[in-house]
Design a protein around this ligand. Structure first.
Ligand SMILES: [Zn+2]
Length: 347
């Protein structure tokens, strides 16, 4: 099933981020340091990053959730293009081309001297104040990017304009706005837990149907997993995310699309209805009910009953210019097992 492209960038969408509760929910820096010490063997990357974002936020006046969102967006792009975008820092996900860092006309492509980089209009900056604009230093790397983007200002609107100027893509701007909203709503970075899309106590069945129907009269392959369950069984978000699309689609029927921080788009189709309290732009958590299993689709709005009730669940990975479906079946199995184990340990 295809995903309708999201609306083009408009002035309204630039403003769609509303400041939610700021860093209030995050623990004080000292407590966080102690938490790191307690498990000194393996420092938590989320704690390391959060410390970096908080420091950068003080220096740049940009709210930490914007910084976190830019870094996470860059990380997801590097994950899908690991060859073109090798990891430069140790915990930061930002990638900046060498020529962009030094300045296109800079004869020294490996330049790390802040003054000459500036002279050649490069992006590289010395964030940590050691006199070097080091492309492989986490702080310098992230500082340089945030510095470039916030050159229009650090309000939500100004930052969005800076994002547009830098990425020249409404998709990138929308993703970073969505990530920023998720971070600011939950007040933390550790938001990668998952849940199975229907309650484990319900009667349901599913199998690996990836690509089923391929080769039938040039039809597109089946992009997702069908979970068969009775009409009205709750459908739950599998992730922390933000509602990107909600409404009718001729094939998917009543469907809802949720974007997570891995830049994956989770698509739930053929619902009988939605939770009315949830709208586009709202954040959701794993296990939260978003709608109910149904058999809607294959016709005009409201059409149902053309096939047995089931949840069509699809996952798409944003690769910058295109979105790529991948088989959710192995993940579903994993989430189901994890949840089952958790339930058992609680008993
Ligand atoms: Zn399906």
């Amino acid at each position: 099933m295809t995903i309708p492209l999201t609306a083009a960038l408009t002035a309204a969408s630039l403003l769609f981020i509303q400041p939610l509760g700021s860093a209030a929910a995050s623990p004080a820096p000292i407590q966080r340091k102690e938490a790191v010490k307690a498990q000194a063997a393996a420092p938590n990357p989320f704690d390391q990053r959060r410390e970096l974002y908080d420091k950068l936020s003080i220096v740049t006046q940009v709210p930490w959730h914007w910084i976190a969102a830019v870094d996470q967006y860059e990380r997801t792009m590097s994950k899908v293009k690991p060859k073109a975008r090798p990891m430069l820092g140790s915990t930061v996900g930002v990638f900046i081309e060498q020529e962009q860092w030094a300045g296109i006309l800079n004869p020294d492509v490996e330049d790390s001297a802040p003054v000459s980089i500036r002279w050649f209009n490069g992006m590289g900056r010395d964030g940590d104040g050691n006199g070097q604009a080091d492309r492989k230093n986490d702080f310098d790397l992230l500082y340089s990017l945030v510095n470039r983007i916030s050159s229009y200002g650090s309000t939500d609107e100004d930052f969005s304009i800076g994002l547009w100027e830098y990425y020249q893509s409404s998709r990138s701007v929308q993703r970073i706005q969505q990530f920023s909203r998720i971070y600011s709503a939950f007040g933390q970075l550790d938001l990668f837990e998952h849940a199975f899309p229907v309650p484990l106590g319900a009667n349901y069945s599913y199998r690996d149907t990836w690509g089923a129907g391929r080769g039938w009269g040039g039809r597109r392959s089946h992009e997702g997993t069908d979970i068969f369950a009775a009409h009205g069984v709750p459908v739950r978000s599998t992730c922390y995310g933000i509602v990107e699309i909600k409404g009718w689609n001729p094939f998917g029927g009543w469907r809802i699309g949720i974007r997570d921080l891995n830049n994956h788009y989770h698509y739930y189709a053929h619902l009988s209805g939605f939770d009315k309290a949830i709208g586009v732009g709202d954040v959701v958590k794993p296990g939260q009910v978003v709608g109910w299993v149904g058999s809607s689709g294959y016709g005009k709005p409201g059409t149902q009953g053309k096939f047995p009730p089931h949840l069509h669940y699809g996952v798409y990975s944003d690769r910058g210019m295109i979105e790529w479906a991948f088989d959710p079946y192995p993940m579903l199995r994993k989430w189901e097992q994890t949840e089952r184990a958790k339930k058992r340990s609680k008993k």
